[in-house]
Design a protein around this ligand. Structure first.
Ligand code: SF4
Ligand code: SF4
Ligand code: SF4
Length: 152
């Protein structure tokens, strides 16, 4: 029986300034994709998509500057941040600090534990959603999540 098992849709990550509510204005013209020096934007389902696995957003604003439509309505702010999931190697007793080392905001700190490797802890208030920590994670344990008002 399937009733009562609604499945959450995967989060659609957007470039800084674009919000889920403003995405309806996107025509899929691709001008932001061409403008991004980090090559982390693409068009999917006729609208812009940020692919954080491809690299870090530098918040250069080139995408917003190139866009002829009212898509970028929240300047230089991402609608997402990240979460460090249970696949983190430290949970399996393997030492790793790759995400902490890559974060330009010092949003990830390493928490000491007795008899186990240090464990990464994210400060949601400091995370910009830049994605610099995502690709370097050897366990693919870091995923984007929707930013809630309490995270801002
Ligand atoms: S702000 Fe710059 S680096 Fe980030 S997605 Fe837009 S164009 Fe790319
Ligand atoms: S430039 Fe603007 S309208 Fe064109 S694809 Fe990018 S976000 Fe959409
Ligand atoms: S998304 Fe960027 S700011 Fe957030 S934890 Fe990762 S590297 Fe740090």
């Amino acid at each position: 029986m399937l009733a009562g098992h609604a499945q959450a849709l995967p989060l659609r990550t957007l470039p800084p300034g674009a919000l889920p509510e403003s995405l309806a204005a996107c025509t899929g013209c691709g001008q932001c994709v061409d403008a991004c020096p980090q090559d982390i934007l693409t068009i999917r389902d006729d609208a812009v998509l940020l692919v954080p696995e491809q690299g870090e957003c530098t918040f250069c604003n080139a995408c917003a500057d190139a866009c002829p439509e009212p898509v970028f309505v929240a300047p230089r702010v991402m609608a997402h941040l990240v979460r460090i999931g249970d696949d983190c190697l430290t949970r399996a007793g393997i030492a790793c600090m790759s995400c902490r080392d890559m974060c330009p905001e010092a949003a990830i700190s390493m928490q000491s534990r007795i008899g186990a490797p240090f464990h990464p802890v994210l400060d949601a208030a400091l995370c910009t959603g830049c994605g610099a920590c995502i690709a370097p994670c050897p366990a693919d344990a870091i995923v984007p999540i929707r930013k809630e008002p309490a995270d801002a």
